[in-house]
Design a protein around this ligand. Sequence first.
Ligand code: SAM
Ligand code: SF4
Length: 470
Amino acid sequence: MTTVPTDGKRKHVFIRTYGCQMNVYDSDRMADVLRPLGYALASAPEQADLVVLNTCHIREHASEKVYSELGRLRDEKQLRRAEGRDLTIAVAGCVAQAEGEEIVKRQPAVDIVVGPQAYHRLPELLAEAERKAAVHKAGKRVPGAGVLDTDFPAESKFDHLPAPQGARGGSAFLSIQEGCDKFCTFCVVPYTRGAEYSRPAAAVVAEARQLVANGAIELTLLGQNVNAYHGEAADGSTWSLARLVREIAGIDGVARLRYTTSHPRDMDDDLIAAHGEVPALMPYLHLPVQSGSDRILEAMNRRHGRDLFLGIVDRLRTVRPDLALSSDFIVGFPGESDSDFDDTMRLIEQVGFASAYSFKYSRRPGTPGSSMPDQLSESVKSARLAALQSLLGEQARVFNVSKVGQSVPVLFAEPGRKPGQIIGKTPWLQSVYAEGPQRLIGRIVETRLIEGYANSLAGEIVTGAYEAAA
Ligand code: SAM
Ligand code: SF4
């Protein structure tokens, strides 16, 4: 076990999170694991004894950012060592999983490399790293610096992680599923996060209750393929995501429920019906389509075509007419022609998205896409991305403006940039800022939307809503 300071001086950890919400959740859980060891959270690497980079490997650029941050941390470590102090550097997340030992070879200042399935082992890894650092200080040779754990253990990390601590601004993430068996030809997730795994339903429901007891009123269920959820229930049956959503929505205190990220193939009838029947399920769905061309969807091994996606959208809008849709798009996949790209633009026009994430195709070593012929030039990818983002940006603006004049419930989550300002989310996951007291953070307050922009709305708290929320 690593040493807990007894001199009243707390240790500090700084965790930098890259990538998706699953990483945000994992970072919180790492903080939970480290707290009993005496680690408080630091707000900058300079104030920390331990820095954890919780990395993302989804695009090439993402891992390069990690290496340049590691260069800066190495400099900080060298400075401290010259003063007789130390800095422990850990790399977690998908880059850790994918590159393992390579990280320590490329940046020997790294002390710990830990994959997403091994966070519960952080205390042992820290103890081992401390032992190695002590040997180093004594001037002895360190047998292979860097402590590594990138196994996919048979037991679930969830069985070993401590109970979650709480909610930020009334909102909390809850990881229910990890990994992916779909093997889209562009994607590293099946290699870095491993096979699809669903947590048992009872464990998820217990964690949901705990989060609500700790102050959460909004829960977002997370998974790389969250709607492929098939968790074992206490009676031996298997619960789908729809079944789980209905159960969690029934917990007293759950005002808002969301889930992400979904795959079109796994949008089953019951889940679609739940959007019309479960009031806590918010009218917003992130449903990645990637492309509007059947030819490219096939080459991506997405296992769904354009029509299946459009059919799901129609059915969802039938049961929940005010549903806002969001999606992920990749432009410039190998072999994508002008006409394939036009198909994507036409799909966007047909659906009308409230928000979206869009990316240039990035060649990931080891994925089938990286060795496909007809890789596109950067200039073609950039031009297509600009056209696509301009269309999606305009749709987002139009969607925001369409809500102006309405009074809607906003969950305020944090202080705004200006004094006296607070920021929250509408049911459609739009950011709203308004003048209001900090005590409204973590509460849902009726707010009139007065102006709409590309990425946010200005709001005015409805008179009397303070008292209702108090
Ligand atoms: N599981 C989700 C799905 O089925 O779409 C998404 C997972 S991935 C973490 C998030 C997004 O990153 C993907 O939807 C895709 O748009 C993007 N992405 C993944 N690999 C990529 C690559 N090689 N190049 C560009 N974008 C990529
Ligand atoms: Fe990656 Fe496809 Fe799995 Fe999503 S469904 S995580 S894009 S392989």
